[in-house]
Design a protein around this ligand. Structure first.
Ligand code: BDR
Ligand code: CA
Length: 314
């Protein structure tokens, strides 16, 4: 195997963020330089704690974990305890983390890593609101051209919104940050609800995790069990969408996903459409394409990969 790909995971855990982080840590193709926490599903104090709970579960207490922005660029934070529970990681009781947070701010870490590593070698993997990434781009515009690629979970188009009729949660929470990132010129791959609502848990898939017999498998099964109830009640679906692991699965097996390279603009002023990702799927404008917008996935292949990798952990 060639050199592993350097990534930084920017996250607001969240059960599905947790599964994404475990997938990355279980995969030798990826070199996780650090984990940066942002406010989103739950406030920053909890996302920064949860990131450490997850890394300790994966026996990676050496991982640098930084706390980042505690509120969107210029809005009040909207959280999602109604989906993820009070802690953000409800579903299984895990030990309070012993590893400390790394010193310094997540934004400074992002800037320093992008400056210190060769240009075009770091892929950013945002799994929550884009506040940390946008702040880093605003503060240090010189790093923008040094990012290899951004692969993120966020947005929705044909699938419409999950937090308002038009908007997906991660983009809705900080639309101004999303606008900065989508207009940055960095090559982007977007995993929207159109994809993530196709990777639903089923009884068999959850039992597949539990039957791995390791602690990570039990945690993934318990988290997804908890997380399921919300989407099943809301959509009448068979299970829960594992949104954020799609980002990491794409880095490992891009052929699982299909989409189109199109223009995506972020709605920052709409009365009813704030935070909408306006995707020019049919290429009806002459706006330049700025992102690969995925809309389909091989769900069986995705769960096969995820289950096999989670099985490699303790
Ligand atoms: C996104 O919002 C969060 O609740 C999930 O962790 C995911 O990143 C889905 O809209
Ligand atoms: Ca998330």
């Amino acid at each position: 195997m060639g050199q592993s790909r350097k990534i930084i995971i920017d996250t607001d855990p969240g059960q599905d963020d947790a599964v994404a982080i475990l997938l990355a840590l279980a995969s030798p193709e990826l070199d996780v330089l650090g984990v940066t926490a942002v406010a989103g599903n739950v406030p920053l104090e909890l996302t920064a704690k949860n990131a450490r709970v997850i890394c300790e579960l994966a026996r990676r207490d050496d991982m640098p974990i930084f706390a980042g922005c505690d509120a969107p660029l210029n809005r009040k934070l909207v959280t999602a305890e109604y989906v993820h529970g009070k802690t953000g990681l409800d579903g299984i009781e895990l030990p309070t983390p012993e590893m400390p947070l790394a010193d310094g701010h997540a934004v400074d870490f992002l800037i320093a890593q992008l400056r210190e590593n060769a240009a075009g070698t770091i892929t950013l993997c945002p799994l929550g609101p884009l506040t940390n990434i946008a702040t880093a781009f605003q503060r240090a515009p010189d790093i923008i051209g040094r990012v290899a690629e951004i692969v993120l979970m966020g947005g929705a188009y044909f699938e419409v919104g999950n937090v308002t009729p038009a908007a997906e949660f991660n983009i809705y929470v900080d639309p101004e940050a999303a606008e900065i990132v989508f207009r940055s010129g960095v090559p982007m791959v977007v995993m929207p609800l159109d994809v993530t609502h196709k990777v639903l848990t089923t009884r068999a898939r959850v039992e597949g995790f539990r039957n791995l017999g390791n602690q990570a498998g039990r945690a993934v099964a318990s988290w997804t069990n908890f997380f399921e109830r919300f989407d099943m009640a809301k959509y009448g679906s068979q299970g829960a969408p594992l949104h954020d692991p799609c980002v990491i699965a794409y880095l490992l097996q891009p052929e699982l996903f299909t989409g189109r390279h199109v223009n995506i603009e972020i709605e920052t002023t709409g009365t009813f459409t704030l935070g909408m990702t306006v995707v020019d799927w049919w290429r009806v404008t002459d706006r330049d394409a700025n992102a690969m917008f995925m809309n389909d996935v091989d769900a069986e292949g995705f769960y096969k990969l995820l289950t096999e990798r989670i099985g490699r952990l303790q």
